[in-house]
Ligand binder design. Structure first.
Ligand code: PLP
Length: 434
């Protein structure tokens, strides 16, 4: 029988250590919020392929569209022979994106590629070089997106130099004493000390930081950024790669703040497990690059576009935006109850927007001191207990939940039970070690 151990030996010999894996188990099959490994063990999936599976593994509506498309054709290259699913998906997203300004959408293959293209488009539109991003932000692993990313280890270490004209500002974190005013003070200083706002093409922000620790951009921040961008002709880009597609109770998290970004980047749950990303933007901005300046061989693959149309149907028919809000409330209430116990690992700030929920592990009850070792141990213990769980955060001490929004109530509760047990197992272990 193929075992996880034997596959891990082959993995280590055949693939570079840079592609680190969060777990030691190999997938055999998966359905909705459950996954089975090659040894037949069942896991509840709170990782969702890092936010890709808001509609679950192998959602029937997604699979149906994909199978129909597979029977017709798999690839023509949109730039050679275009096809309807690309255009239909663009029309749907243009209509669904926040705000009344007419929109156009470009499809590419990964989240990083979406950001790369958003920057290209913003520079072509403004004729300016500068880009402002935020500390703790994550935008991908290509050179431009590494440069924009505000976390050094493991994303940037050893990979520089990065493209020039990238600047970082503090991201507000109320629980850690960083306010919206602090961000704007840093912005003032940036405009005085480093770059004239008239040379800034774009500001890129995650409405809820993903890898950075699920910090939620305050409404005031997004609204003030909108005003500032309007004042200076700067393109405001909302990176919704992780926060989008229903995760926060809205199709796009930025809708909570009631603003219309100039460009939205989307990927991950857009196509429910198939590689597709999109750049949705105001039509006049999107049309700035010359014909032929955008695209890519696989960009907007017909399979990905078909899958995304199935995802939209699943979100609508399953009322998944309402479901996301309800799941989020339920998860936060349960984590608060767990945190109140005095026989579990110490939990610090608990936060969430819809079902984009996270909590911090800290050194002691009531302290804010991050405990990355506890987060690592918790994910390992959760795996032993049958739960796929991910950490994140600049200090690697945040536990994030990206469970499919389609997870059945009993599966969600079972997963939360496994989380609680893991937090308590480790606390018992700690007491025993003392
Ligand atoms: N932007 C955000 C907010 C992300 O969370 C990610 C991936 O985690 C990316 C961009 C990069 O996406 P991809 O890994 O598909 O290139």
């Amino acid at each position: 029988m193929t075992t996880n151990d034997s596959l891990n030996v082959r993995r280590q010999a055949a693939t570079p250590r840079g592609v680190a894996t969060a777990t030691t188990v190999f997938a055999e099959r998966a359905e909705n919020a459950e996954l089975w490994d090659v040894e037949g063990r069942r896991f509840i999936d709170f990782a969702g392929g890092i936010g890709v599976l808001n509609t679950g593994h192998r959602n029937p509506l997604v699979m149906q569209r994909v199978n129909e498309q597979l029977d017709r054709f798999t690839h023509t290259a949109y730039q050679v022979v275009p096809y309807e699913p690309y255009v239909e998906l663009a029309e749907r997203l243009n209509a669904l994106a926040p705000g009344n300004t007419p929109k156009k959408t470009l499809f590419v293959t990964s989240g990083a590629e979406a950001i790369e293209n958003a920057i290209k488009i913003a520079r072509a539109h403004t004729g300016r070089p500068g880009v402002i991003a935020f500390s703790g932000g994550f935008h991908g692993r290509t050179h431009m997106t590494m440069g924009l990313t505000g976390k050094v280890v493991p994303y940037k270490k050893g990979f520089g130099p990065f493209p020039g004209e990238i600047y970082h500002l503090p991201f507000p974190m109320p629980a850690h004493g960083v306010t919206v005013d602090d961000t704007f003070k840093a912005m003032d200083r940036l405009f005085k000390a480093d770059i004239d706002p008239a040379r800034v093409a774009a500001i890129v922000i995650e409405p809820v930081q993903g890898e950075g620790g699920f910090h939620i951009a305050p409404t005031e921040l997004l609204q003030r950024l909108r005003t500032l961008c309007d004042e200076h002709g700067i393109v405001l880009i909302a990176d919704e790669v992780q926060s989008g597609f229903g995760r926060t109770g809205k199709l796009f998290a930025v809708e909570h703040a009631g603003i219309e970004p100039d460009i939205i980047t989307t990927a991950k749950s857009l196509a429910g497990g198939f590689p597709l990303a999109g750049v949705i933007g105001k039509a006049d901005i999107m049309d700035a690059p010359e014909p032929g300046g955008l695209g890519g061989t696989y960009g907007g693959s017909p399979i990905g576009c078909a899958a995304a149309l199935g995802v939209l149907q699943a979100i609508e028919e399953g009322k998944l935006l309402e479901r996301s809000t309800e799941m989020g409330k339920r998860m936060i209430a349960r984590i608060n109850r767990i945190a109140a116990r005095n026989d579990v690992l110490p939990i610090g700030d608990i936060r969430g927007l819809g079902a984009m929920v996270a909590f911090e592990l800290v050194k002691a009850p009531g302290s804010m001191e991050p405990d990355p070792d506890a987060a690592k141990a918790l994910c390992a213990r959760a795996l032993e207990n049958g739960l796929l769980l991910l950490s994140c955060g600049v200090y690697a001490n945040v536990i994030r939940i990206l469970v499919p929004l389609t997870a059945e109530d009993n599966v969600l509760e079972e997963g939360l039970g496994m989380l609680e047990k893991s937090l308590s197992d480790l606390a018992v272990g700690r007491v025993a070690a003392e």
